[in-house]
Design a protein around this ligand. Structure first.
Ligand SMILES: C[S@@+](CC[C@H](N)C(=O)[O-])C[C@H]1O[C@@H](n2cnc3c(N)ncnc32)[C@H](O)[C@@H]1O
Length: 283
């Protein structure tokens, strides 16, 4: 690929999704965009770039952006955020939300394993959560991946990654083609919506708990700071933010601060949130 076309894709991806494509990753452009070129009847990447330069083509542009996203995910990915949700975060809110309702946002939810893991965890805690209402909103930039998420259908390989067998048996049914369909009682707990974290997401409303995991890693520092600022505006004053294992706010944004002994968990600077487990240790 020549420098002119490389620069075109580099700018487009950074502007539209925040993705940074370094020169060593040019091979990714080639492997992921060739199928897009074929689908649109174009000869290759140079033809895609030429077409998009010439005229606005939202469908082609979205296809390019979506093809370049990394959708890697799994049920109960990294486990520890879900443990924290159960042992530290939910107990705090159970004591601090007289309205008995909580809003949870899975930002950049990919094919749905993250919000469905949250939904299954809540369902497992039903006796403790009797009388509570949960609104789980799951968003992603990619419409293709959201369609997959909404279907709630997973391959044998996908359900083998992170999902305890008891939950598989309890919350999924196996289809004739041997894939697994999540049951409606879990699927109906999640609302999926398209949202780009680089754009205005205020219509989603405010949340108590935000999972935004394994997406900031693809952005440069100014974009990470911008997205963290956006999330701050959608989080209640004592709400919590969970980032991925390789992500942090430190040195990037002062919208949030970390809490001692709770890696990966962040709160607003003025927050009154205190993880219940940590409180009981201090007593
Ligand atoms: C690696 S997956 C992470 C999925 C899940 N959060 C997890 O940790 O397993 C990253 C997701 O971020 C989405 N994404 C990338 N850029 C985005 C943006 N600007 N706004 C919203 N979602 C974005 C991708 O489509 C992809 O599904």
């Amino acid at each position: 690929m020549n420098d002119f076309d490389y620069k075109f894709f580099e700018d487009l991806l950074k502007r539209e999704s925040g993705l940074i494509i370094t020169p060593e990753k040019v091979y990714l452009l080639e492997s992921r965009l060739m199928p897009v070129a074929s689908k649109f009847g174009l000869a290759g990447l140079a033809a895609i770039a030429a077409k998009l330069r010439l005229q606005k083509d939202t469908e082609l542009q979205c296809a390019v952006v979506e093809a370049m996203t990394t959708n890697e995910t799994s049920f109960f990915r990294d486990n520890s955020p879900f443990q924290k949700l159960k042992s530290d975060i939910l107990p705090y809110f159970l004591n601090n939300r007289p309205t008995k309702s909580l809003r949870i946002w899975s930002a950049a939810c990919s094919s749905g394993q993250e919000p469905y893991s949250i939904a299954m965890l809540l369902r497992e805690m039903a006796p403790q959560l009797a009388g509570w209402r949960f609104d789980i909103v799951a968003t992603d930039l990619s419409n293709d991946i959201l369609a997959q998420a909404k279907s709630g259908i997973y391959t044998q390989f996908e359900v083998q990654r992170g999902l305890p067998i008891q939950m598989l048996v309890k919350y999924f049914t196996q289809q004739a083609d041997s894939r697994w369909q999540i049951k409606d009682e879990i699927r109906d707990m999640v609302t999926f919506r398209t949202a780009n974290l680089l754009q205005d997401v205020s219509l989603l409303g405010q949340f108590d708990i935000v999972f935004c995991r394994n997406v900031l890693i693809y952005f440069d520092v100014p974009t990470k700071a911008k997205v963290l600022g956006t999330i701050k505006n959608q989080i209640k004053s004592d709400g919590v933010l969970l980032l991925g294992g390789a992500e942090t706010v430190l040195g990037i944004s002062d919208s949030f601060k970390s809490l001692p002994n709770t890696k990966g968990l962040y709160v607003r600077q003025d927050s009154t949130f205190a993880p219940v487990a940590a409180v009981s240790v201090q007593k």
